[in-house]
Design a protein around this ligand. Structure first.
Ligand SMILES: Cc1cc2nc3c(=O)[nH]c(=O)nc-3n(C[C@H](O)[C@H](O)[C@H](O)COP(=O)(O)OP(=O)(O)OC[C@H]3O[C@@H](n4cnc5c(N)ncnc54)[C@H](O)[C@@H]3O)c2cc1C
Ligand code: SF4
Length: 488
């Protein structure tokens, strides 16, 4: 519960950032974690509110008041035990979670929320430093074999849980490195990839086998999703060789913008641009990397992926960066009595925006303009929203200069040939159809085949992927052994 009067005595303290000019010079993380003393004081702000909405606001249901209290009391070792009891990878969420828990914090009703994410960050970083994070191999093996397809946060969380209860787990990943969008998508400046490598080592010591560069089934003809596979395994072989298969392939199909001029050179999906920089940061030599250097860059899509394109373009040395959002500019402050404890509607300014970017709201792209087959501009129009309908503002057309256009309008669905190869049914949005019910949850219509993460729920967050991976692991364990000690 922290200190009874802590929330009245101490202000919320944000984690520090390296100055913009310094951080633009490289792709390293620039957030300065709280010191032990600062984290202790922030933990003291947790006020024993009685009904910790934060615990429900957090998709993995982190037991937040308990770890806040333990940090306040200086008992860091028990704090990491509590944190790990609900979250396999707090070093990922402590860095890149948007922290819906803080929106739900009772203090957030009329004060600044407890800095839950920064406390989580401090706990796990200290735990690694102190050597408290160790492999937990199962004492007894079940002899059951599980294939996990996809090594993003959902696949990793599921694989770790399943290995810890004694199953023989193999993770299949089409890319050349483990991590899903944590590895190829999320820029290194938001999360350095050594955090993934460290977990992979831990999981290997727990018995998980990783097979990278192996595509399960097929992606279809014109797929533009990342794929560095050197080998293919069929759905039939996987089903024959394993007692259960868990599909955690993500929702990789990017949303396109089929307006005139789309075929011009210089227009790319964000997921053609971002992974290349991840690869270069990993030391790979790329022929013809997509670069924003010296270019007028237009990022279409106002979300996280777009913001990551802004940060990467600025690090490349773009001449200008402009980000488009179709929706109107949200208010600076949320209407707390209306939205608490839910995720509020308000303007979100990321660290990448702070590094330099023009943000245009209520703007639609009509056409891409080009010369000699290359994009040179974007024709736009202002829009208004009337009764939920988008209406163009007459006479508001404009042409903006562009040498590079990055499409970051989200993801439509998983790559469907993979689901089709397994005969897995889809929901109305094209995701793998499987419920999340306590009994039989995460099971698809095909015997022994389960699905979790973005592949099941659609484009989402790392913390939701971890939750789904953990819950699906329990469902698979129950299917294989008739019961499970794994938490839901
Ligand atoms: C640019 C970007 C930035 C983001 N930033 C954030 C953020 O800051 N915070 C946040 O919480 N979320 C963020 N997200 C969302 C988050 O990354 C995803 O919700 C999360 O990674 C989903 O996890 P997953 O395990 O379900 O799938 P993924 O992470 O997509 O992993 C799926 C993996 O499966 C592999 N795979 C797919 N099909 C096959 C196959 N047939 N055979 C073998 N392997 C296969 C893929 O190669 C991939 O590695 C971001 C997303 C993007 C694109
Ligand atoms: S995982 Fe995200 S929502 Fe949960 S406690 Fe951490 S920051 Fe909050």
């Amino acid at each position: 519960m922290g200190k009874v009067t802590g929330f009245m005595e101490y202000e919320r303290l944000e984690e520090g950032y390296e100055p913009v000019p310094a951080r633009l010079k490289n792709y390293k993380e620039f957030v300065i974690a709280l010191s032990a003393d600062q984290a202790k004081q922030q933990g003291a702000r947790c006020m024993d509110c009685g009904t910790p909405f934060c615990n429900n606001g957090c998709p993995v249901n982190n037991i937040i008041p308990d770890f806040n209290d333990l940090v306040y009391r200086g008992d860091w070792q028990n704090a990491i035990t509590v944190l790990h009891s609900t979250n396999n990878f707090p070093e990922f969420t402590g860095r890149i979670c948007p922290a819906p828990c803080e929106a739900a914090c009772t203090l957030n009703v009329n004060d600044d929320a407890v800095g839950i994410k920064s406390i989580e960050h401090a706990i796990i970083d200290r735990a690694w430093l102190e050597g408290w994070v160790k492999p937990q191999p199962a004492a007894v093996k079940t002899g059951k074999r599980v294939a996990v397809v996809g090594s993003g946060p959902a696949g990793l969380a599921a694989a770790q849980q399943l290995a810890r209860v004694g199953h023989e787990v193999t993770v299949f990943e089409k890319n050349d490195r483990v991590g899903g969008l944590l590895r190829y998508g999320i820029p290194d400046f938001k999360m350095e990839k050594s955090h993934i490598d460290r977990r992979v080592q831990q999981m290997e010591a727990e018995g998980v086998v990783f097979r990278t560069g192996v595509l399960v089934a097929s992606l279809g003809e014109d797929s533009k999703v990342t794929n560095w596979a050197k080998e293919t395994v069929s759905a039939e072989d996987l089903k024959a060789q394993f007692d259960a298969v868990l599909l955690c392939g993500g929702a990789e199909q990017s949303r396109d913008l089929p307006v005139p001029g789309r075929d011009l050179a210089g227009i790319h999906f964000a997921m053609e641009f971002l992974p290349q920089q991840n690869k270069v940061n990993a030391g790979d030599k790329l022929k013809g990397q997509l670069r924003a250097e010296g270019k007028h860059v237009i990022v279409i899509g106002g979300g996280d992926t777009g913001s990551d394109c802004v940060g990467t373009s600025n690090r490349h040395g773009a001449k200008s960066v402009t980000q488009f959002e179709l929706m109107p500019r949200p208010p600076e402050e949320e209407d707390r009595p209306l939205t608490w404890p839910y995720w509020p509607y308000k303007l979100r300014t990321s660290s990448s925006h702070e590094e330099g970017c023009e943000r245009e709201f209520a703007i639609a792209t009509k056409e891409f303009i080009g010369e000699k087959g290359k994009v040179t501009g974007v024709k736009t129009v202002r829009v208004e929203w009337q009764g939920g309908k988008m209406v163009e503002v007459p006479g508001s057309e404009q042409i903006l200069k562009a040498d590079l256009v990055l499409l970051a309008m989200g993801f439509v669905a998983p790559v469907s040939p993979v689901l089709e190869a397994f005969g897995v049914g889809k929901d109305a949005r094209g995701n793998a159809k499987a419920s999340t019910e306590a009994q039989g949850g995460y099971a698809t219509n095909v015997d022994k085949v389960f699905a979790a993460g973005d592949m099941r729920r659609g484009q989402s967050l790392v913390v939701w992927a971890i939750r789904e991976g953990r819950q699906a692991a329990r469902a698979v364990d129950e299917y294989l052994t008739g019961s499970s000690v794994l938490p839901r």
